[in-house]
Design a protein around this ligand. Structure first.
Ligand code: UDX
Length: 437
C-alpha cells in the first residue's frame, strides 16, 4: 500500500521504517529539515536500538523516503499522523496544536477514499472533533484512531510484533477504515496479533488508560518502598513475592527512582486535565497521588545522598551520577528522574559529575551548566558518593573492587535496585538503596 507518515520523531520514524520493511511504499514527512536530512542519509536522529538496521533494510528496498514537502502525501492511500502532544507550558493539559496542524495539512491533500489514521496520544474527544472537520473540509476522506504502545528502547520490536492492534473507527464508515488497516497490518494479523475494533473515544482512552495503569503500578511499588524504608523491609523481595501472584505479575514492579520520559508523566497529567473538563475529575484523582509518589522518590534520593556522606555537607561533595536518560537504551532525557536528581544536587551546591552511554548530548542541551564526562570510570574518579540512577547494563556490571580504587570514599546509592548489596558491602562499600536496607 502507499502510506504517508506525518511526524518522524520516535514514533513516526520507527513506524515509517517498519511499514516499509513490511512491504509498503512509504513516505515520511516532517517539518524539521535537519531530522529529514538525517533520515534521508539513513541516520537516526535519536538513539534507538535496531532502528539504524531497520532504516538501512527498508531504505535498500527503495520503498522508504523522507521529505519536508507535505504535498508528497497526496498519493498515499493511508496517512499516519504521528506528531507529538507535549504537556502545555502553563497547565497539565496536552498541547494538540501539532495534531490539528497535521490534520489540516493532510486534509487539504488527501485523496477521496483515503484514510487518515491518528496515532498520537490525544485527549479523549479529539478524534470525534477531527472527524467533523474532515467531513466538512475533506469529504470522502475517512478517519481511524490507532494508538501506539511502543516503548523507547524496544520500539522496533514493539512495532513489528505488537501485542495488540487497536482500531478506533466510526460506526458508519468503520468497515472501510477497518478493511484498510487490516491490509496495512496484514503481516501482523497473519501472525495472530489480536485486533480489537472499537469506537473513537474508547480507542483514545485505551492508550491513556494503559499508561495510567503502568504509572500506577510503578507508584504502587514505590509507595511500598517508602513503607519498607520506615519499617525496615526490602521492597525488592516484596515485589518478588507479590509478583508471583499471576493476578499481580512481577513486570513493572521495579521500585526505585520512578518513571519519567515523554509519555507516562505527561499522559497521566493530560488525563487528569481532560477528566476535569468532562466533569469527571474524581474518577482519576488517584493519578495526582501517583504523580506525587513518583516525584517524592527524587527528593528521597537527594536525602539519601546527603545521608550517606556521613556528616559531611552535601555542598562541595563530589557526586558521581551514573545515568542521565530516563531509562536505559535511550538517549531521551525528557522528564528524566536521573537528570532531575542531578539538577537538585547541583542546586544544593554538590559538585556533580554526570555520565551516560548515550544521553550526554541531550542532557548537556537541557542543563549546559552541569558537568558531563564520557565514562563511568571518569565520573567516579575521586567521588565522595556514587549514584546509580539509570540502570544501563554497563553500570549494573560495575566491579565493586575496581571501582573502589577510583573513588575518594566507597559509598554508593542504588537508585534502581539493580546491584547486589551483599557483594558491594563485602567489597567495603557503604551501600544504600531506595526501599531496602
Ligand atoms: C511507555 C509505555 O510503556 C508505552 O507502552 C507507551 O507507548 C509509551 O510510554 P516508555 O516511556 O518508552 O513507554 O518507557 P517505559 O518502559 O514504560 O518506562 C517508563 C518509565 O518507568 C521509565 O523511566 C522507567 O525507568 C520507569 N519504570 C519502569 C520503573 O521505574 N519501574 C518499572 O518497573 C518499570
Amino acid at each position: 500500500m502507499r502510506i504517508s507518515v506525518i511526524g518522524c520523531g520516535y514514533l513516526g520514524a520507527v513506524h515509517a521504517s517498519a511499514m516499509a520493511a513490511l512491504g509498503h511504499d512509504v513516505v515520511g514527512v516532517d517539518v524539521d529539515p535537519v531530522k529529514v536530512a538525517a533520515l534521508q542519509r539513513g541516520d537516526t536522529p535519536f538513539f534507538e536500538p535496531g532502528l539504524p538496521e531497520l532504516l538501512t533494510e527498508a531504505g535498500a528496498t527503495g520503498r522508504l523516503r523522507f521529505t519536508t514537502d507535505m504535498d508528497a502525501v497526496a498519493e498515499a492511500q493511508v496517512h499516519f499522523v504521528c506528531v507529538g502532544t507535549p504537556q502545555q507550558a502553563d497547565s497539565y493539559a496536552a498541547d494538540v496544536t501539532y495534531v490539528d496542524e497535521a490534520f489540516r495539512a493532510v486534509g487539504r491533500r488527501a485523496a477521496v477514499g483515503s484514510v487518515v489514521v491518528g496515532k498520537s496520544t490525544v485527549p479523549v474527544g479529539t478524534a470525534a472533533r477531527l472527524a467533523e472537520t474532515l467531513a466538512r473540509e475533506a469529504p470522502g476522506v475517512h478517519l481511524a484512531w490507532n494508538p501506539e504502545f511502543l516503548r523507547e528502547g524496544h520500539a522496533v520490536d514493539d512495532t513489528l510484533h505488537p501485542d495488540r492492534l487497536v482500531y478506533g473507527v466510526d460506526g458508519s464508515e468503520g468497515d472501510i477504515a477497518t478493511a484498510v488497516l487490516d491490509e496495512v497490518y496484514a503481516g501482523q494479523l497473519a501472525d495472530d496479533v489480536p485486533r480489537i475494533v472499537m469506537d473513537y473515544a474508547t480507542a483514545e482512552l485505551v492508550k491513556v488508560a494503559a499508561n495510567s495503569f503502568l504509572a500506577t503500578k510503578i507508584s504502587f511499588i514505590n509507595a511500598m518502598a517508602e513503607l519498607c524504608e520506615v519499617a525496615g523491609g526490602d521492597v525488592t523481595l516484596l515485589a518478588d513475592a507479590i509478583g508471583r501472584d499471576p493476578r499481580i505479575g512481577r513486570r513493572f514492579l521495579d521500585a526505585g527512582l520512578g518513571f519519567g520520559g515523554g509519555c507516562l508523566p505527561k499522559d497521566i497529567r493530560a488525563f487528569m486535565a481532560r477528566a476535569a473538563e468532562l466533569h469527571a475529575e474524581p474518577a482519576v484523582s488517584f493519578l495526582r497521588e501517583v504523580d506525587s509518589i513518583n516525584l517524592r522518590r527524587r527528593e528521597r534520593m537527594v536525602d539519601l545522598t546527603a545521608g550517606v556522606l556521613d556528616g559531611r555537607p552535601l555542598a562541595g561533595a563530589r557526586i558521581a551520577v551514573l545515568g542521565a536518560a530516563f531509562k536505559p537504551n535511550s538517549d531521551d532525557v525528557r522528564d528524566s528522574p536521573a537528570l532531575d536528581v542531578a539538577r537538585k544536587l547541583a542546586d544544593r551546591s554538590a559538585h556533580v559529575v554526570i555520565t551516560d552511554p548515550q544521553a550526554v548530548p541531550n542532557a548537556r542541551r537541557r542543563f549546559p551548566d552541569l558537568r558531563y564526562v564520557q565514562t563511568a570510570e571518569e565520573a567516579v574518579q575521586g567521588a565522595d558518593a556514587v549514584l546509580l540512577l539509570t540502570e544501563w547494563a554497563e553500570y549494573r556490571a560495575l566491579d565493586p573492587d575496581k571501582t573502589a580504587l577510583l573513588v575518594a570514599s566507597p559509598r554508593i546509592v542504588d537508585g534502581r535496585n539493580v546491584l547486589d548489596p551483599q557483594v558491594w558491602r563485602a567489597a567495603g562499600w557503604v551501600y544504600r538503596a531506595l526501599g531496602r536496607r
